[in-house]
Design a protein around this ligand. Structure first.
Ligand code: FES
Length: 97
């Protein structure tokens, strides 16, 4: 099973193949915000991929367009609700409570 490590808390959890980063977070009580409920309609689930980018699904146009409105977007940015896990990955949560 692929593993997702969340920063800055440095917590690591197993993911089911194809599960979204947001789903992994919700299932393990990781505080990844998701104001729109995971429908690519906000940017609160913004994460930065610190390692393992090839282990994520390819970014789609809808996600890319949404991300371009996110504060602090970089080439490492993904939306947690849209990025699906296929290999080990480390992500930093951008929006903290
Ligand atoms: S939860 Fe709103 S875009 Fe991901």
């Amino acid at each position: 099973m692929p593993k997702v490590t969340f920063l800055p808390m440095n917590q690591c959890f197993e993911a089911r193949e194809g599960e979204s980063i947001l789903d992994v977070a919700i299932n393990n009580d990781v505080p990844l915000m998701h104001a729109c409920g995971g429908f690519c309609a906000c940017t609160t689930c913004h994460v930065k991929v610190k390692s393992g980018l090839p282990g994520l699904s390819v970014i789609e146009d809808e996600e890319q367009e949404r991300l371009e409105r996110a504060d602090g977007m970089t080439s490492e940015s993904r939306l947690g609700c849209q990025a699906r896990v296929h290999g080990d990955v480390t992500v930093e949560i951008v929006n903290q409570d």
